[in-house]
Design a protein around this ligand. Sequence first.
Ligand SMILES: Nc1nc2c(ncn2[C@@H]2O[C@H](COP(=O)(O)OP(=O)(O)OP(=O)(O)O)[C@@H](O)[C@H]2O)c(=O)[nH]1
Ligand SMILES: [Mg+2]
Length: 234
Amino acid sequence: MDSGLAARQRPGMTADLIATSPFRPAEIEAGRKLFAAEWHFAVAAGSIDSLPKPSRVEIAFAGRSNVGKSSLINALTGRRTLARTSRTPGRTQELIFFDGPASLAIVDLPGYGYAAAPKQKAAAWGALVHAYLKGRPNLARLYLLVDARHGLKPIDEDLISTLDKAAVNYQVVLTKTDAVKPESLAELIRETSAALCAHAAAHPEVLATSARVGAGVPELRASIARLAKERRRG
Ligand SMILES: Nc1nc2c(ncn2[C@@H]2O[C@H](COP(=O)(O)OP(=O)(O)OP(=O)(O)O)[C@@H](O)[C@H]2O)c(=O)[nH]1
Ligand SMILES: [Mg+2]
């Protein structure tokens, strides 16, 4: 599989699949270096009051329960057990902060859409995550993870609408691409890209990753390194 598979929407064109990496070798190297450095667990926040001070540049990972958020964070950092992964959906219930170099932090958000979650818990999830997303000035980007076997679901639209309203910069990252055929993946990238082009806060490129086989992980690292660099400049 081509790990650099990405789609870009160009003005006046339909979604166009670009099979080459949008990152230069120097950016891939910057991403590698960023994640070769030490990343460690900082804090688990179960309420707005327990959020850390907004002093680091934050990159959040969100998506449906079981989409592979914690696994992708582990793949990025090359540490199998940094973020807790589970076969049981809804395992990550708090906002988990991991601190890295260059004043960066990664935030593992609790998954949504877990049918068996008690209603009260689901509401608490909504309140906490929405409050975080709406009021976090140091949130540089949210990566919205979407299972490549399923694509965007109506429940993802709730989050997308919050992100649009709060003007949070976000980008879709397909996960578990090892589990789909290259043709279906190419089609999904086209569809997802087309669905996102109406959303101003959405990044036009869709990244395709697999935590299991490492596809797209160097590109995601490069994407985060690019953001960190832009933030330092800005
Ligand atoms: N085939 C495949 N399976 C994966 C991949 N990444 C994660 N999984 C599996 O998907 C399941 C859920 O992974 P997690 O990383 O715990 O998912 P999560 O989004 O953090 O889940 P919650 O914290 O419950 O919201 C686990 O059984 C993983 O082994 C991948 O790249 N490929
Ligand atoms: Mg998790």
